[in-house]
Design a binder for this molecule. Structure first.
Ligand SMILES: [Zn+2]
Length: 350
């Protein structure tokens, strides 16, 4: 099926009410959405990450559409509904933000409030405490600084596959590079070490680093404990580990530390139990699930797309990426679970 035909089909379904029927058919399921940074493009900034960012306009538009079909609930409420300890609210929708960027409160929260939408922000407690940028943001900034400051390419041979020709080619090749590096190392510690080494060499060559602007950077800045403590009650905080380690690629002992230290730290600063976990990079296995259970987490969210229903394993909850589509039909279709099906049909028939 061509893109055009898919679009026509979606619009037809939307206007004939069939999409509403699809949503009604899923009324007993709970949909969880995954977001990261949210940025207001009108706010001045000295740089712009290559990784795509959700804008305040996209967030506002999508929530305006979603609020017509779904009921926003907190992750705690959703978990209790799934566990059968709270009556199910039909068509429940949960918003979750990974990584703990400051822009979740400065830019996203005012929009969430317009729609009475609560949210859970998953923190990496080590990054919060040390006010340390994530390696993927540091690398993004370093690669762009390298370009701006004309650092000779041959000085950093690992970046041979990065195509600096245009911003578009740079974005595409950078994202492919990150994906390749994440999958290259069997142990997470080796990946972190290789990336730290690479970033430091680039920063030495360009003479610039994200740490120079990080404190006030609207893109990469991370919430402080003070800001977390002052957050309103509709914002809950959960664990994303201590330093964004991929839990299935570290020792069980280290994974246990990631789960317990982050949980204790969040509880210390917020004063309430930290019961929700988001696996960094969606990395988990059976051992990690058992650990999360013994560490008293009541839910853990993954990056597996899909919705959830009563009886599902609360330690492997599915999430859809937050829809960035431009039309109402596509926004609804992207998280109704049917769009993937149509995409498959389209791919298979081509
Ligand atoms: Zn993350």
């Amino acid at each position: 099926m061509t893109q055009f035909k898919k679009q026509v089909l979606l619009q037809t379904l939307y206007h004939t009410g069939l999409l509403r029927l699809f949503i009604a058919s899923q009324r007993n399921k709970i949909t969880i959405l995954m977001l990261h940074g949210v940025i207001d493009p009108t706010v001045p900034s000295s740089w712009k990450p290559l990784r795509p960012q959700l804008t305040t306009g996209q967030l506002s538009q999508a929530l305006s559409v979603l609020s017509q079909y779904y009921n926003f609930v907190s992750l705690t409420e959703a978990t209790e509904m799934l566990a059968g300890t709270r009556p199910l609210v039909p068509n429940s929708l949960v918003l979750t933000f990974d990584d703990g960027y400051r822009n979740n409160l400065t830019f996203a929260l005012p929009i969430l409030r317009q729609f009475n939408a609560p949210a859970t922000i998953f923190l990496c407690t080590g990054n919060v405490t040390e006010q340390k940028p994530f390696w993927f943001d540091r690398l993004d900034y370093a690669v762009q600084s390298m370009n701006n400051n004309s650092v000779p390419r041959h000085t950093i041979p690992e970046l041979a596959e990065i195509d600096f020709t245009t911003r578009e080619t740079l974005t595409r090749s950078f994202i492919a590079f990150i994906r390749k590096e994440k999958n290259k190392y069997p142990a997470d510690i080796a990946m972190h070490s290789a990336m730290a080494n690479l970033i430091e060499r680039i920063e030495q060559c360009s003479g610039r680093g994200l740490k120079d602007i990080f404190a006030n950077d609207p893109w990469s800045g991370i919430l402080t404990w003070d800001e977390i403590q002052k957050a309103p009650p509709e914002i809950q905080f959960g664990s994303h580990g201590v330093d964004h380690s991929q839990l299935s690629l570290i020792s069980l002992e280290n994974a246990k530390q990631e789960l317990t230290i982050s949980q204790e730290t969040i509880e210390f600063y917020t004063g309430y139990p930290c019961r929700h976990l988001s696996y960094p990079n969606g990395s988990f296995n059976d051992n990690v699930i058992s650990l999360a259970n013994t560490c008293n987490y009541s839910s853990a969210v993954t990056t597996h797309p899909g919705s959830n229903q009563a009886g599902d394993n609360l330690m492997t909850l599915r999430r859809f990426s937050f829809p960035r589509a431009s039309s109402s039909a596509r926004i609804i279709a992207a998280i109704s679970g049917h769009f993937n099906h149509w995409q498959k049909i389209g791919t298979n028939s081509q």
